[in-house]
Design a protein around this ligand. Sequence first.
Ligand SMILES: Cc1cc2nc3c(=O)[nH]c(=O)nc-3n(C[C@H](O)[C@H](O)[C@H](O)COP(=O)(O)O)c2cc1C
Length: 223
Amino acid sequence: MTVTAAIKSRISTRAFLDRSVSKEQIREILEIARWAPSGGNLQPWKVHVVIGAARDRLVETTKQAIAANPFGDEAELQIYPPKLQEPWRTRRFDVGEEMYAALGIPRDDKAARFQWLLNNYNFFGAPAGLFFSLNRSFDKGQWAHLGMFMQSIALTAIEKGLATCMQEAWAARAKTVSKFLGLGEDEQLYCGMALGYADETAKVNSLRSVRAEVDEFTVFLKE
Ligand SMILES: Cc1cc2nc3c(=O)[nH]c(=O)nc-3n(C[C@H](O)[C@H](O)[C@H](O)COP(=O)(O)O)c2cc1C
């Protein structure tokens, strides 16, 4: 598989088959992704993997936390700026609408939309979940480096016939998850990632999000 093919075929997969992924498979992916670059070669990332009974326990624990407090844990991380500006606001809106259109959930059915979002906390049915955290002493640079590592995992997964969905949704449950994973006080949870075999028959997985053209975000300076 070429790098181009892996990049272009990676999508956020939001429905997975009930087919397990082993610890060895995940280790193999991490063995490759650890070659991602990072400034000063700090390799700032930390990963917690949940599979099998641990995964199921976390899902159940989170379910109970949601029932007790539907609004989420005290937010530590602001996922988006409070006033998202254009063109980013529209992009976010559009991809959401495209997803609900693929699912056949109308705009005014807020309850169904909320229910759908809760699938995040079941890893969309994926048998494995990865959680990424950083030491609290780190700044924006290290956060960017973590992103490179995460993308390396997502692309390697594609090569291995697996699919992923990165999940900032878990940040809304950071307290619950951090406690479950046993993260130290000095570790901040960033994001989760669902990992498994894509359910190719699921309508939601037919969504192909669009991208801005190169000239919209690139400035080529003349000599
Ligand atoms: C760091 C990160 C976190 C994300 N968190 C979520 C999430 O919590 N739930 C979700 O359904 N999608 C999530 N996404 C998926 C994005 O919505 C998706 O990447 C974007 O719409 C582009 O679509 P594509 O990944 O299919 O190319 C996340 C993506 C990234 C990169």
